[in-house]
Design a protein around this ligand. Structure first.
Ligand SMILES: Cc1cc2nc3c(=O)[nH]c(=O)nc-3n(C[C@H](O)[C@H](O)[C@H](O)COP(=O)(O)O)c2cc1C
Length: 188
């Protein structure tokens, strides 16, 4: 069975990020295993650069929710990175999750334990206001993150102006359908 994980950076259960993610999941093949990782519900401490993961393969010195999250990330086929923008970047619990994936960076680049299998990745970012190229910083960090996870970017859905325009699901309906199709083809 194919596995999707949703790494969600929003603290708002009824917020924009969750509405967009739900609208995509509505059209997904039911034979897919979906794991939600809500960063704000987890115990994810920041990376302390202790260098443990560069000496001990695949392990972090900090024992918290990341122990399970490493497993889910490595076992999944598709990763959806879904997040609001906070001061141009990911909210801090999600940024902590990304930093803690230094364990997987060390595994790949120091221990050279790389798998040939590629994952598919989707960015779903949203922000309250709007300016040119506003999602570029999140996209850049998201790319570094996905590169470490052997994950190709298959789809990007960026929604701006959420603070003033609540009609974004209708406005982006075609993108939502395209994203569902991409997932359904991949998990078929
Ligand atoms: C601490 C904080 C910082 C924010 N920074 C930005 C920002 O830099 N740019 C922007 O467009 N919106 C910003 N916003 C607005 C959120 O990105 C926007 O309301 C988003 O849609 C919230 O998503 P959610 O409902 O899923 O949590 C910020 C909101 C908060 C709480």
């Amino acid at each position: 069975m194919k596995k999707i994980i949703i790494i969600n950076g929003s603290p708002n259960k009824e917020g924009h990020t969750n509405k967009i993610v739900d609208s995509i999941l509505e059209g997904i093949n039911p034979n897919v295993e979906i794991k939600h990782i809500n960063c704000y519900d987890m115990n994810i401490n920041p990376c302390i650069d202790c260098k443990y993961c560069s000496k001990v393969l695949g392990e972090c010195s900090i024992k918290d929710s990341m122990t399970d999250i490493y497993k889910h990330i490595q076992e999944c086929d598709i990763i959806i990175l879904a997040s609001p923008m906070y001061f141009g970047m990911f909210p801090s619990p999600l940024k902590s999750l990304i930093d803690r994936c230094q364990v997987l960076w060390s595994k790949k680049f120091i221990f050279k334990q790389n798998t040939k299998e590629r994952k598919q990745g989707i960015f779903i970012f949203n922000g309250g206001s709007s300016w040119n190229n506003m999602f570029n910083p999140m996209e850049t960090i998201g790319k570094y993150f996905f590169n470490t996870l052997n994950c190709d970017i298959s789809f990007k859905l960026y929604i701006d102006n959420t603070d003033i325009n609540y009609n974004y699901i209708n406005k982006h309906y075609d993108d939502i359908l395209r994203c569902q199709n991409m997932i359904n083809v991949e998990v078929h």
